[in-house]
Design a protein around this ligand. Structure first.
Ligand code: SF4
Length: 290
């Protein structure tokens, strides 16, 4: 039996950078707060917690003082930096450079157009940490849309400037652009859109489809909280119905059905390589020399 790990799966450079920043700090100080899960993978979080990482939320952050807090790759709104300053909290800023650049673009657009009543619209998941950080660049005024139904939040009599959360799908973005265009064609207002989807994630889609269809059976490994994991797994399942979602090698308890000759192990941008290796190892152990 062939067991192959997808070389393209696993952490994107933004997440690698955040984890390396945490590890560097932990080696020196053995203790570090992290605002939110550093990565949407509980096993990787637990590994770092054993090294001294403590995951906190915004309520806990407000109660801290004179300490150090890591900001993960998703980024944070300006209010978090202001709070840290007030409470003498030093920030280890692991915001992904791609997210940071997007935050700056949105802020620039907001400042340049607010006097004209232009609406900054963000295609993304409402409440998602990255989106909160983006909305914060507009003093909370940006309109977040995730589905076509959400477009009713937009006033089509005012100019529109659209951006995307970095991890959304290109197809979804195109659909939103087309629908807004149809509406603004009726009213004649200005509509500018910026494709700000990170290719680290977007390129995973065609890759995962090709990888999944090239094997008899697929183990897709990701944390249950990962939205990128859910999206990639859906594509995986479409390309190969014999695709199973797991979060841990322990979830594999039985050998594969007779006839399965090749198994692919792949995952999300938040899936650690070591975890995919554990899964591949378990598959080999359970299925012997088939
Ligand atoms: S998906 Fe892209 S933008 Fe998001 S953390 Fe990874 S590299 Fe950065």
């Amino acid at each position: 039996m062939i067991v192959e790990i997808d070389k393209e799966s696993g952490f994107c450079f933004g997440v690698v950078n955040a984890i390396e920043s945490a590890e560097r700090e932990l080696k020196e100080n053995h203790s570090l707060f992290c605002l939110g899960d550093i990565v949407h993978n509980s096993l990787e979080v637990e590994r770092l917690e054993r090294m001294g990482l403590k995951t906190i939320d915004h309520v806990t952050l407000a109660s801290l003082k004179d300490t150090k807090v890591l900001l993960r790759a998703h980024g944070e709104p300006p209010s978090t930096y202001e709070l840290a300053l007030k409470r003498n909290i030093s920030i280890v800023d692991a915001t992904c450079p791609v997210v940071l650049q997007l935050q700056r673009r949105i802020h620039k657009c907001y400042v340049a157009t607010r006097s004209t009543g232009t609406q900054v619209v963000i295609y993304g998941k409402s409440g998602h940490a990255e989106v909160n950080g983006l909305v914060g660049q507009t003093e909370g005024s940006a309109i977040v849309v995730e589905t076509v139904n959400d477009l009713q939040k937009i006033d089509f009599k005012k100019d529109i400037c659209l951006f995307s959360q970095t991890t959304k799908s290109l197809d979804g973005f195109k659909l939103i652009v087309d629908k807004i265009q149809q509406e603004v064609d009726k009213t004649g207002v200005q509509f500018k859109y910026h494709d700000t989807i990170c290719r680290q994630v977007a390129n995973r889609l065609p890759n995962i489809k090709a990888f999944a269809s090239g094997h008899d059976y697929i183990y897709f490994v990701a944390g249950r909280k990962s939205s990128n994991g859910k999206m990639l797994y859906e594509e995986c399942k479409k390309a190969n119905p014999n695709s199973i979602f797991i979060s841990d090698a322990d979830e594999i308890i039985a050998p594969l059905p007779v006839g399965v000759k090749s198994v692919g192990v792949c995952g999300a941008t938040s899936t650690p390589k070591w975890l995919m290796e554990q899964v591949a190892e378990k598959v080999r152990r359970l299925n012997g020399d088939r």
